[in-house]
Structure formats: C-alpha cells, structure tokens
Design a protein around this ligand. Sequence first.
Ligand SMILES: [Zn+2]
Length: 161
Amino acid sequence: MRGLDLKIRTYGWALVQVEDGSSSFAYTIGLVENYGHPKLIAVDVKPELQHALIKPLVDGIIERGRPPAGLLALGGLRCVEVHADNLVSEFFGSWANRYGHLPRPGQALQVVLPDEVYCECHAHAVRRLDLPGPLTAAPTHRPNRAERRRHGRNGPGGRAA
Ligand SMILES: [Zn+2]
C-alpha cells in the first residue's frame, strides 16, 4: 500500500494490476480523488498491455479532463460506465482499502476493446462490467494450432488476451 500511496502522491494516480489465474485486469486509483474523473478499469487484457492501454487515456484526462477522442476512435475503444452490480471488492479491493468504501455508481468506467484485438476464444467472452451482474467466468484461452506453433518458436504472440 505504501508504494501505491507514493505513486498517487507523485503522479496523481496509479495503476493497480491484478492477475488471478485466467483472469487479469487493471484499474486506476487517484482519478476520482485528484482529477474528478471516474476511474478506468480494463478487464481480460494481458498484463503486459494494460499500462500501454490505460496510460494515454489517463494523460488525456489529466491534460483535458477526458480520454482523447481521437485515440478512442483510432483504437476502437469505448469507455462504458460500470454497472452498480459490478462495483464489487473482487475488482476494486485496493481502491476500497484506500477510501474505505467501494466505488459508487458513476465512479468507474470500463475500457472496452474491439473484438478484433482478441483471439477467437476471447473475442465474445470478454467480461462486460457495464451489463447487470452476475458476471460470467473469465474467458479461458484455448490457443489454436498456429498459435501453438508460434508459441513454440517465438514465445507468446501480441494479442490482447
Ligand atoms: Zn483466447
């Protein structure tokens, strides 16, 4: 928690990254507190891509009060309001630890990526926090044959999940 606090004091925000078996997600802490903007959360996105996805959106929020529209359009990204059913400690535990309560409705936006950036098995299974709960299970990745070959040679590919 101290490292997190230091980051928030230094940069005004921090990214909390959680990996739990097949499920990985990341969310910001500090945007509501310091910039009056809902937190951003990305769910079912590879850990190594989470920061690259969220940082430029946060830069826009810090500079102009909102994620850059051009960047959203180019990336096919959407920011959708997290449904009250999904404002749960499973997703926002560190946030709740800091503020003493879970995010309130309107305080969290999910960054939704377009289906094209995902592999076939993830494209239609990525969890949507803007829909009423209960949530489906995190999608499990089933590498296809080409991917297994690539993996053998070059390590994991660059897909979002
Ligand atoms: Zn997959």
